[in-house]
Ligand binder design. Structure first.
Ligand code: CS2
Length: 491
């Protein structure tokens, strides 16, 4: 089978959408750190849809800070790739061409910094997942003892982390007396712009006080809320895309039709008019972000931990259990919504109806194991802020707390059948040690995990109704299993 490329584009069936602008005449204006599936499904498609209608110098150069895999696959096809939009019944492929190049950090850090420092780069967008910010999730501050940060402080010209890379490129702009690029975080962090701003400044302060001052005075870090459900691509997806295209594509992305992007409109050197493609440019993103992190991601993580323990491989399978579906809807209605400041003009009931439909989409095969990853980085913004809201009124939210108990059971690394769980988390070794020390003592297990201050901070673990409810949930999970535990919450 021939490979997707500029040359073979004309051989695609008419049902496949292709770029409808002159790729060779579109200059790079955006550099993107973290060129994984999410970015290629989200900011890349928004930007391509925008410049199709309003041409501009907004092509994207991707940066991979991990390794050459995606670059190699994309380069062999002129950086073209497919996004397969998987509705419940209809699957629509489109070929995306907005990415013009991908540079690989570990291969050539200088090329990466040069590209970011280039005067044509007006925006640096970021999706490096929560742990890529090298911060303490409980406080949002830079983790100065992070090995990557330590490395970058010693080797500022060949950084490994996103933070070290951003600061090295900003420093070059400063030395050239040029205007800085805008830093646009597109990760699921609370006030993501403020979070990246804090860690960038925290790191710059350790490098050079003048640089810190220049960043404080000149760099904009707008906040965003990003949304599209995009599971990791599998071999089966690669085959499904090839069957649609009649050409092979080694770098396709698959995901849902839905997408949403709210952006704080604060850019120092202009931006694509993303509103043309449906993005919402607003003055305050926080209500959108809070609604999405708590309702979507909070529910997702609950389904991931409890669903995995109950033996479900995928989110849609978990949602097909009536007990889980009722549990999650009641959690949203009775526990999460009261703690959310609904953005003006949003119909929250319709928003939740849509979330239930999106989670239930049988075409999107999103593994519970994938979402369960990196819980230490996700729990604070997905669960704990909502929990704090209820505790302030003296109540512990039972379902959210069961989600946290589910996380505790999950990170022990042993499932309900006694099988090993492949726990992926920067703190996985700590969790394992805590679980080993606790043995079969559920109370000690909960105490040990609640003592991880990077997640729970200092105050929350002292609140008795919270401790009690999480412990009761954990005890129930060990006694009856996740499926039966969820069934008990029906009334
Ligand atoms: C998921 C998110 O993997 C996860 O933790 O909850 O990636 C989720 O699919 C996206 O935030 C949806 O916008």
């Amino acid at each position: 089978m021939k490979r997707l490329s500029e040359k073979t584009l004309s051989e695609l069936p008419k049902s496949v959408a292709v770029p409808r602008y002159d790729r060779s005449k579109t200059d790079v204006g955006i550099v993107h750190l973290g060129i994984g599936a999410f970015h290629r499904s989200h900011q890349a498609t928004y930007t391509e849809d925008t410049i199709t209608q309003e041409p501009g110098p907004w092509a994207i150069c991707g940066i991979d800070l991990l390794g050459p895999d995606i670059r190699d696959k994309m380069k062999a096809q002129d950086f073209l790739y497919t996004y397969l939009e998987q509705g419940p019944t209809e699957h629509k492929p489109r070929v995306v061409g907005i990415i013009r190049d991908v540079l690989v950090g570990p291969e050539d850090p200088k090329a990466v910094i040069d590209r970011m420092a280039h005067p044509g780069t007006k925006i640096v967008t970021i999706t490096v997942t929560e742990k890529g910010y090298c911060h303490d999730p409980a406080t949002g501050l830079l983790n100065q003892s992070h090995p990557g940060i330590q490395h970058d402080l010693q080797n500022p010209a060949s950084p490994k982390t996103a933070i070290g890379t951003l600061v090295a490129a900003l420093d070059r702009r400063r030395q050239a007396k040029a205007t800085p690029f805008t830093v646009l975080s597109c990760d699921n962090l609370p006030s993501n712009g403020k979070t990246v701003e804090k860690v960038v400044k925290g790191y710059a302060a350790l490098r050079d006080k003048d640089l810190l001052k220049w960043i404080e005075d000149t760099v904009a870090f707008p906040c965003t809320m990003v949304d599209r459900i995009v599971p990791a691509t599998t071999q089966k997806d690669v085959e499904a895309v090839a069957a649609k295209l009649g050409l092979s594509d080694e770098a396709p992305v698959v995901g849902e039709p839905f997408r949403q992007w709210a952006i704080e409109d604060r850019f120092t050197q202009g931006r694509p008019h993303w509103e043309i493609a449906g993005a919402e440019l607003v003055s305050d993103v926080e209500p959108y972000e809070e609604m999405k992190l708590r309702l979507l991601n909070g529910s997702h993580s609950t389904l991931a931990y409890l669903g995995y323990l109950a033996g479900y491989q995928y989110i849609d399978e978990t949602m097909a259990s009536p007990a889980f579906k009722t549990f999650i809807r009641r959690m949203m209605d009775e526990e999460t919504t009261p703690a959310v400041d609904v953005p003006k003009g949003v119909n929250i009931t319709a928003y939740k109806d849509e979330l239930i439909a999106r989670f239930s989409n049988p075409s999107v095969k999103h593994r519970t194991w994938q979402i369960a990853m990196d819980g230490s980085q996700k729990l604070p913004q997905r669960f704990l802020n909502t929990v704090r809201h209820h505790l302030a009124a003296g109540q512990a939210p039972r379902r959210l707390c069961l989600g946290i108990s589910g996380w505790m059971r999950y990170v022990t690394g042993i499932d309900e059948k006694g099988q090993k769980i492949d726990v992926r988390d920067p703190l996985a070794d700590r969790f394992k040690a805590i679980a080993q020390k606790a043995g079969s003592n559920v109370d000690s297990l909960a105490d040990g995990l609640l003592g991880v201050r990077e997640i729970f901070g200092d105050e929350l673990p002292k609140v008795e109704p919270f401790r009690r409810t999480v412990k009761d949930g954990l005890e129930l999970l060990y006694r009856v299993g996740a499926q039966k535990a969820v069934e008990r919450f029906q009334s």
